[in-house]
Design a protein around this ligand. Structure first.
Ligand SMILES: *Cc1c(COP(=O)(O)O)cnc(C)c1O
Length: 494
């Protein structure tokens, strides 16, 4: 029974529906009578009877008979299981209603937009960086039609998709060359495979880290065909540790930014510049995974200093790797900048094709980088707009929410809060902020209020602090204020 259902969905490229969701509306009916399962099964209508019924005629006209038949079979399968489990058989109308419900859920866009009221600026589970208007417009224009993705409009000859980014990235980072791929994990895989496969890569023990989601530096090295040579100790590593481990088979020094944890106290890590000097004479390149791609100085906003690609390039690093959708504030992408000959080796490697960036990401990344070149990143790139918003301005917005909620008879207060940067950048670093705080209705819990907020037409993701639900306006887009109020009012309704 299941087999047919799954095939149908795989063909459509749609979501495989949750069977319980399909079965629930049909088995929920209670006739208040108990029959034997065998006779109850005979009460289920046939596929033909349901499909030919009045309630599905519009659906048949709009989407075709075949589709409606498939969905009806699936709903009937669910109902049959329900009957076997002891539920009464739903009638034809109920089956038809479930078919229409299933159809509506198939047509729903997915992923759905949600409102991030957590105060975590770069939230991986919520899609990391929101894009600027210009970045969205570029992706839209390029996605809608054809583009000069790989054609040189001057000569009419074949061009490189990388050409669109190169001058921007050179200008911003000071690097000789640049390459963009699918994401930073793939950038690192490509870089190590192209430059150091079959060779040893020296990594400080404290930097052989797990970035998250199964991405561990030792695994990436192995997958790239490199041998990890870890040197130093968890908290301290010196240049002489690298020097002692170096030999004729050393392919690279790899430095990875600890983007999701902090080592404090008695620590020592080696500066990129010192490694560059060590590798220079024997031609060993320094590869630096800076992670977040902060192109603006984070200390300007009262945060700890996050390493920037510009600094690494200035220190003479061979290749610098970073994400497009963390502090850079663009689409998912992995960016490599560095020495011309090294970037060229990455471009020629067969993996480059396997991890190449798609046209819509490329277009929105180019538009995002343009904001930096034009000196307007703080105003135009949403993550920087959020980070640079003063606590005073967040408080003002929280007060406005509170006042509007008050007119809707929802009691809230405004409390001091901390917003986090999140998403593999600036671990433990927070910004002073303010949040709207709401007590759950009597008899309810903060968890149920969070869950009710997630069930709203535009789901709102909030957090719990001191047994109250907190919403930090810093990460809520300006145009989402009304939706937050609507969601809160509905979720608090008795
Ligand atoms: C986030 C991160 C990665 C992985 O980047 P993705 O773009 O998510 O693939 C790799 N290295 C560091 C240091 C990171 O912070």
């Amino acid at each position: 029974m299941q087999r047919g259902t799954e095939q149908a969905y795989v063909h459509r490229g749609g979501r495989i529906p949750d069977n319980t969701a399909v079965a629930a509306p049909v088995v929920a009916t209670n006739y208040g009578q108990q029959m034997t399962t065998g006779s109850e099964l005979r009460n289920l209508p046939s596929v033909q009877r349901v499909v030919n019924g009045d309630s599905l005629s519009e659906a048949v006209d709009a989407y075709g008979r075949e589709m409606v038949v498939e969905l009806t079979r699936e709903v009937l399968d669910g109902a049959r299981k329900g009957v076997l489990a002891g539920s009464p058989a739903p009638n034809g109308d109920e089956i038809a209603a479930a078919v229409l419900g299933l159809m509506a859920s198939l047509a729903e866009p997915s992923p759905r937009p949600v409102i991030n009221a957590t105060g975590v600026v770069i939230h991986t589970n919520l899609g990391r960086a929101p894009l600027s208007d210009a970045a969205l417009a570029s992706a839209d224009a390029v996605g809608r039609g054809y583009s000069d993705l790989e054609i040189d409009l001057g000569t009419g000859r074949r061009g490189s998709r990388q050409a669109h980014l190169q001058s921007l990235l050179r200008r911003i980072t000071g690097a000789e060359a640049a390459l963009a791929v699918n994401n930073n994990a793939s950038a690192l895989l490509l870089g190590l495979s192209a430059l150091a496969a079959g060779r040893e890569v020296i990594v400080a023990r404290g930097e052989a880290v797990e970035i998250g989601g199964g991405f561990r530096i030792p695994d990436v090295l192995r997958q790239s065909g490199c041998t990890l040579v870890d040197v130093g100790t968890t908290n301290r590593t010196y240049v002489r540790d690298y020097a002692d481990a170096m030999n004729d088979n050393t392919g690279a020094f790899l430095k990875a930014h600890a983007s999701n944890f902090r080592v404090e106290g008695f620590t020592a890590f080696v500066e990129e510049g010192d490694l560059v000097a060590l590798g220079e004479t024997s031609g060993v390149p320094v590869l630096h995974d800076v992670g977040s791609g902060a192109l603006l100085p984070t200390e300007r906003y009262g945060l700890a200093h996050e390493p920037t690609p510009q600094e690494s390039i200035a220190a003479g690093v061979g290749l610098v790797f970073f994400s497009g959708d963390k502090l850079l504030g663009g689409p998912q992408a992995g960016i490599v900048v560095g020495k011309r000959d090294l970037v060229a080796r990455l471009e020629r490697h067969p993996l480059a094709r396997a991890v190449r960036i798609d046209k819509m990401s490329l277009a929105s990344l180019t538009a995002t980088l343009t904001h930096y070149v034009m000196g307007e990143a703080e105003a135009k790139v949403p993550v920087w707009r959020m980070i640079s918003t003063t606590a005073q301005d967040v408080r003002h917005r929280a007060e406005q929410w509170r006042a509007t909620l008050d007119t809707n008879r929802v009691v809230a207060s405004v409390e001091p809060a901390r917003s986090a940067i999140g998403g593999g950048s600036l671990p433990g670093e927070t910004l002073p902020s303010w949040a709207v705080s709401i007590d759950p209705p009597a008899g309810s819990s903060p968890e149920s209020l969070l869950s009710a907020l997630r069930e709203q037409p535009t789901p709102v993701i909030a957090r719990i602090e001191e047994d109250t639900v907190r919403l930090d306006p810093r990460t809520v887009l300006p145009e989402q204020d009304d939706d937050v109020i609507l969601a809160l009012t509905a979720a608090m309704a008795p």
